[in-house]
Design a protein around this ligand. Structure first.
Ligand SMILES: NC(=O)NCCC(=O)O
Ligand SMILES: [Zn+2]
Ligand SMILES: [Zn+2]
Length: 468
């Protein structure tokens, strides 16, 4: 079975050129200069004239069905991966969770039970380590060796939930140094934040904006610097800072990278577009829609400008979504009268490709850098390259045809995520995902979904190929 994507401009992390893409079965058979494209009898043809053809995007930070804040993230693996596909994302890496007091293999098994047979796109897992002890350290080895889980997320935030102290973090980093895995860090000083939260509540400051005000940028920067130091002490353990939002934290990452350290970071669209004042500070309880951690930052400071610059310089190597949706009704409302009880998270798995493309439209990113940050580097960073993240012979035929001349408006009425609101309601997007192919199967075309639950397969990941 052949599929030919014809007439488009293929964009890769190294540039753009006119090329036709031939798919045989689930894999890419070849890329051809248009004048050299072979005639393939019986091939299904997709006309990509005046459109970009890019690798299916890879979102390395999602939380489908995450239990958090007394409820569960509102997208299942089924609804969330369908929405991902609509947005041009053909691979996700979600976070399996070992909660404090639980065993790591049990956490992984629980995530397989949620995801297996339910996904529309391919998926892998990182492991959240909610407790670092002798047993869980041993389990890290077996996850790397036998389960294809080669990255582990630790938390310097959320005391009593996922928090690890510095000793635990150092031990996990030493283990990762031995087995070749990557440590992902939620870098916020959760102990100090809890003090600020208590003080704010005792002053009667209960509205959503206080979520952001009690998580100052300096406490993200302090934790980022501390994580970088601990990784150095552990022997330059590869360290990946998740959902980086503040200029000061970015400065710490850039300084480490300038000295040749294996330190990497991602940011997310919410930090590139949304702000503490405009969203978190919306009237009444409305701001709860944008409660996430790290929080949205003040527009009075140059965070967004610096994050865009970091994307250009590669001090920010990846854009993920940290997709963690909660409905406003009944879920975000758990925090009415107490911002600290609002479940943390924003849904956006459907919009990353579009929102980052606006950076191209606005002259902030090159086309190549768009593809590199949403597809190629994520795949390399987390052991999926060259199977994912690139259009090359032998790679999985995960392909997006993107129409730069079409327009779309983001909103709850049209999105496919299981959310009763949109973090980007009314955003006008110049460009549109036109066709989405996953392992040779057309999942989305003409705005219609043609996929089937269970098409998505579990990805056993290798070690990172992005490290120095
Ligand atoms: N980010 C967020 O607010 N929720 C998801 C959990 C996490 O990534 O810390
Ligand atoms: Zn986090
Ligand atoms: Zn997250």
């Amino acid at each position: 079975m052949y599929l030919l994507i014809k007439g488009g401009t293929v964009v890769s992390a190294s540039g753009a050129q006119p090329a036709d893409v031939l798919v045989e079965g689930e894999r890419i058979a070849g890329l051809f200069a248009p004048e050299h494209t072979p005639a393939v009898e019986g091939a299904q043809v997709i006309d990509a004239t005046a459109k970009y053809v890019i690798p299916g995007a890879v979102d390395v930070h999602t939380h489908m069905e995450l239990p958090f804040g007394g409820t569960f993230a509102s997208d299942t693996f089924e609804s969330g991966t369908r929405a991902a596909a609509f947005g041009g994302t053909t691979t996700i890496i979600d976070f399996a969770v070992q909660r404090t007091g639980e065993r790591v293999p049990d956490g992984l098994a629980a995530w397989h039970a949620k995801a297996d047979g339910n996904c529309h796109v391919d998926y892998g897992f990182h492991m959240i380590m909610g407790g670092v002890d002798d047993e869980s350290l041993k389990a890290m080895d077996s996850l790397v060796e036998s389960e294809g889980v080669t990255s582990f997320k630790l938390f310097m935030a959320y005391p009593g939930v996922f928090y690890s102290d510095d000793g635990q973090i150092l031990r996990a980093m030493q283990k990762a140094r031995e087995n070749g895995s990557v440590i992902m860090m939620h870098a916020e000083n959760g102990i100090a934040i809890d003090v600020l939260i208590g003080q704010a509540l005792s002053r009667g400051e209960t509205e959503p904006i206080h979520h952001g005000l009690t998580r100052p940028a300096e406490l993200e920067a302090e934790a980022t610097r501390r994580a970088i130091s601990l990784a150095e002490v552990a022997g330059d353990t590869p360290l990946y800072i998740v959902h980086l939002s503040a200029s000061q934290a970015l400065e710490a990452v850039a300084a480490a990278r300038d000295t040749g350290r294996n330190v990497f970071a991602e940011t997310c669209p919410q930090y590139l577009y949304l702000t503490l004042e405009d969203q978190l500070g919306a009237p009444g309880f409305e701001g709860a829609k944008w409660v996430c951690s790290t929080p949205l930052r003040s527009k009075a400071e140059p965070h967004r400008r610096d994050l865009w610059r970091g994307l250009r310089t590669n001090d920010l190597a990846v854009v993920s979504t940290d997709h963690c949706p909660f409905c406003f009704k009944e879920q975000k409302e758990l925090g009415l009268g107490d911002f600290s009880k609002i479940p943390n998270g924003i849904g956006g798995v459907e919009h990353r490709v579009d929102l980052l493309y606006q950076g191209v439209v606005d002259g902030k990113l090159s086309l190549a850098r768009w593809v590199e940050t949403i597809a190629t580097t994520p795949a390399r960073m987390f052991g999926l390259y060259p199977r994912k993240g690139v259009l090359a012979p032998g790679s999985d035929a995960d392909i997006v045809v993107y129409d730069p001349n079409a327009r779309t408006t983001i909103g709850v009425a049209t999105h496919h995520m299981n959310m009763d609101h949109s973090a980007y309601e009314g955003y006008q997007i110049a460009g549109k995902v036109d066709t989405v192919v996953s392992r040779g199967t057309v999942l989305v075309s003409g705005g219609e979904f043609h996929g089937r639950k269970g098409h998505g397969r579990y990805l056993r990941r290798g070690l990172s190929t992005y490290l120095l």
